[in-house]
Design a protein around this ligand. Structure first.
Ligand code: TRP
Length: 459
């Protein structure tokens, strides 16, 4: 049974601070790190993007993370109920509600991509990638998989089932326990693959692609800034109350800011390590910058990498390792999304955890169906890309914007700082954090959103 380290009676709590960090890092580290970060870096000019990304993490991501963790632990409630508790008789709870809706939508498209990964793991185990494939053939394999709607639905369903079974077990007995097994396994696989990739001949081109800053590329393409910020929010699981919910199961004994910094640093380090796993191998196998920026979203992970594995000695083994890693990362993240939804129905509407997980996990699966089935909204926009556009690019940023306003101006930074420094805890620079959360973060987020809307509207 969970020891009572935090939370109201019966709500559950983390077993240990290490368990919490692993679970929260597991929620943050996911497809966003392994799939999204390298892809966005490839699209946005490599090192210039990496630099901007790091600035976004430090100046905006971490301050918002502190804010979410503080609201969660101060109330021991999930988003909607938490806003109601801190600001009764106001409309702030809508920020929490937006988070729950965003959770549903992200879980839907996320699980379909995870379903592709499960399918690829199966293919890797079956030895489909070790038969001397040409790039055209690997492209075909991907198209065939996506086009095979029953199979994609099946894989997505199995993925959902795994997440539901974990979340049903509760915070301590389900989520924390699963992450304690899955995350170490994930780290071992990732480090093994990154070392293999970086020791290939010609790997240095990939490394300099990630770290050789050319500021001109940012100036050339201002969308890089939006990409970097949305990617930071998505990767750190911010803007929809996931960190808030995880913080709500924490005891006041924890040093919140340090926990936040550890989670943020782990997430960022893993994204960079994922880049170091993918790009050196890509360049070592003859890839070039010009081909890189022409790939579509899914191509790097599902089309390019199988060709690369195919050329390595023991390639099948590396292929299995890679797709297993992808599935693990996606599972621990989807768990955190499902937990936000579940906690809402438990805290706000008094549902039993078990019923909430099955009913609303099931509802999210229904929303995933049109994605898995490739439903189209218009000639060149699928239902899935519409969800990604609204909920990945905008909704998290809008949520983050209001979280900043709430903590900066309604709840007040002093209250959050009192929560962060409870029981004599200290953290350097908290007055500076107040300035960031009141002025810098909301302003930067608003400018980036408005600029993007303006460009989209004009173009
Ligand atoms: N951060 C995860 C990833 O990088 C995805 C994720 C899980 C997420 N929970 C979230 C994103 C909450 C936004 C909000 O893959």
């Amino acid at each position: 049974m969970a020891t009572a380290t935090g939370g109201s009676a019966g709500r559950g709590s983390w077993g240990s601070s290490f368990g919490f960090i692993l679970a929260a890092a597991g929620g943050a580290i996911g497809l966003g790190n392994i799939w999204g970060f390298p892809y966005t870096a490839a699209q946005s000019g490599g090192a210039a993007f990496v630099l901007l990304y790091l600035i976004c993490v430090v100046l905006i991501g971490l301050p918002v993370m502190f804010a979410e963790l503080s609201i969660g632990r101060a109330t021991h409630k999930s988003p909607v109920t938490a806003f109601k508790a801190l600001a009764p008789r106001s409309a702030w709870w809508l920020v929490g509600a937006q988070g729950v809706i965003t959770g549903f939508a992200i879980l839907a498209f996320y699980s379909v991509v995870a379903g592709w990964a499960v399918g690829y793991l199966y293919k890797a185990i079956a030895g489909e990638f070790s038969a001397g494939l040409t790039p055209v053939e690997t492209q075909q394999i991907f198209h065939d998989l996506v086009a095979n709607r029953q199979i994609v639905t099946l894989w997505t369903f199995l993925f959902f089932l795994a997440g539901i079974l974990v979340v049903q077990g509760g915070v301590h007995g389900g989520i924390e326990r699963a992450c304690k097994i899955l995350m170490p396994l994930f780290f071992v696989l990732l480090i093994g693959l990154a070392v293999r990739s970086m020791t290939l001949e010609g790997a240095d081109k990939g490394i300099s692609f990630l770290f050789n800053f050319e500021l001109q590329r940012i100036v050339d393409n201002p969308k890089v800034i939006l990409n970097a910020l949305s990617q930071a929010f998505f990767s750190m699981s911010l803007g929809m109350g996931a960190m808030l919910t995880y913080g709500s199961y924490l005891s006041r004994k924890e040093n919140l800011p340090w926990a936040g910094v550890s989670i943020g640093m782990a997430d960022t380090a893993i994204a960079i390590l994922a880049g170091l796993m993918i790009f050196p191998a890509f360049f070592a196998m003859g890839g070039t910058i010009d081909t890189l920026s022409t790939y579509r979203e899914e191509a790097l992970v599902f089309v390019v990498l199988p060709t690369i594995f195919d050329q390595l000695p023991a390639g099948q083994l590396f292929g299995i390792a890679f797709y297993a890693l992808l599935v693990i990362a996606a599972l621990t993240s989807s768990i955190s999304l499902l937990e936000v939804i579940t906690a809402f129905f438990v805290d706000e509407l008094g549902w039993k955890r078990r019923s909430a997980v099955w009913v609303f996990g099931g509802a999210a699966f229904l929303l995933a169906l049109p994605c898995a089935l490739g439903l189209k909204i218009t000639e060149d926009m699928s239902f899935m890309s519409l969800l990604i556009l609204i909920f990945f690019q905008y909704s998290l940023l809008v949520g983050g914007f209001f979280i900043c306003l709430f903590v900066g101006w309604a709840w007040k930074p002093q209250s959050a700082i009192a929560e962060m420094t409870a029981e004599g805890k200290t953290f350097p620079g908290l007055p500076f954090w107040s300035i960031l959360i009141r002025f810098v973060c909301p302003l930067v987020i608003a400018i980036i959103i408005l600029n993007q809307l303006y460009t989209a509207w004009k173009g």
